[in-house]
Write a protein that binds this ligand. Structure first.
Ligand code: ADP
Length: 372
């Protein structure tokens, strides 16, 4: 696996019961996954020679993030190494302009959009979609809301162009909530769909995921799953695909973006589904039959733990574990820095209010924002 973050750490964990020999390319020995994987190569994933050295002896390569240059992946593929998901698919997760163009081709619903050349062109786009505000996004390099601007005037539209990357303009969608349709697809074309979840963001960072999305009509849930399966098939995705969606006030779903790797909106599956997203990603990458994606409880809630000024986890564990014996804690071994995702908790049960309260309490306590 290329990339040493928490997704690699948890994918490695899912491979242990299968006896998989897991090799990691990581930026530093301190990275989340590098701390726990036995075979770690430290190196720069942007360097082709490093990737080639790393790939020697690997049966298949997969990713913790989407940033490996596509031309390097094509070179590895030409060397005969299976890349899953392959560069032909990953390019859509790397470049929002390419993604939007392809989604249009296959008739997947997107916000109105186009590439804009400069602030005046952004203002022209705004006029086309009924006026400001609009959203501007750099086509590549963004994450957790970085690389996304809410633009109210032509003057506001200057900043996105400073990075020297192409800029995509989108209408501002009047959405009631964000959903995610997560599926896993194998090279054989077998695919499984998880229940559609609701994902709540705070300051552009995922805060809470509720599985399944409360009060989502069966029809819309089915549409979202069908859409994700179709995107995966058309784009040739192998492994986990997260389709981030907006549910609009008038009852439609629109695609926000795609992630081709295990995803934060699927962390609930570790404790809430028969087969976790990580286990199914491993199975897909190895072209093994996929596992049952169905939920194990009526409701599962995931809350991210952000770093606070609270490095004393032992004391926090005492309190949280005593308060809620069913609580599942997943910490990533990262230094606690304010605002950084350092772990998550999962809770499950029959009563959504109770399940939500327990997850929020634990995440807040582990962060240090709740003290009793
Ligand atoms: P990132 O790649 O950083 O995750 P996203 O494209 O997901 O960026 O955008 C971050 C957030 O900005 C979204 O979760 C959503 O809340 C908001 N957003 C993005 N695009 C739109 C849009 N077209 N209309 C309204 N809000 C949007």
């Amino acid at each position: 696996m290329v990339g040493g973050g928490q997704l690699a750490r948890m994918t490695h964990e899912a491979g242990i019961p299968l006896g998989i020999k897991f090799k990691l390319l990581s930026d530093t020995p301190q990275d989340s996954a590098a701390q726990v994987v036995s075979e770690v190569v430290i190196g720069d994933y942007r360097d082709l020679a490093t990737l080639r050295d790393f790939a020697r002896g690997c049966d298949v390569i997969t990713f913790d993030h989407e940033h490996v240059p596509i031309e390097h992946l094509r070179a590895l593929e030409a060397d005969g190494i299976p890349i899953r998901p392959g560069p032909h698919a990953l390019v859509h997760a790397q470049n929002k302009g390419v993604m939007r163009a392809r989604l249009d081709e296959i008739g997947a619903p997107s916000p109105r959009h186009r590439i804009v050349a400069d602030p005046a062109d952004a203002a022209a786009f705004a006029a086309e979609v009924g006026g400001f505000p609009i959203i501007l996004k750099t086509v590549s390099g963004g994450y957790d809301g970085k690389g996304v601007w809410f633009v109210r005037t032509e003057d506001d539209a200057r900043e996105p162009f400073l990075a020297g990357v192409a800029v995509l303009a989108e209408e501002q969608v009047d959405f009631t909530r964000e959903l995610a349709a997560n599926i896993v697809r194998s090279p054989h074309g077998q695919a499984v769909a998880y229940p559609v979840v609701e994902s709540r963001q705070v300051d552009g960072v995922c805060d809470t995921v509720i599985a399944p999305a409360p009060d989502l009509s069966g029809e819309l849930a089915g549409q979202a799953q069908e859409l994700a399966l179709r995107i995966a098939k058309e784009l040739g995705v192998v492994g986990h695909l997260a389709v981030e969606l907006f549910e609009t006030r008038d009852g439609r779903i629109l695609v926000n973006e795609l992630a081709m790797r295990p995803h934060n909106s699927g962390h609930w599956t570790q404790d809430g589904a028969v087969t976790s997203q990580f286990a199914n990603h491993v199975r897909a990458v190895l072209d093994l039959p996929l596992g049952d994606p169905r939920p194990r409880a009526k409701w599962t809630v995931m809350c991210n733990v952000l770093g606070g000024d609270y490095p004393d986890m032992y004391h926090a564990y005492l309190h949280c574990m005593a308060r809620d014996p069913q609580l599942k804690i997943h910490m990533y071994g990262k230094d606690v820095k304010p605002g950084r995702k350092v772990g998550h908790v999962n809770t499950y049960g029959d009563d959504l209010d109770d399940v939500l309260e327990r997850a929020r309490h634990a995440a807040g306590y582990l962060r240090g924002t709740i003290t009793e």
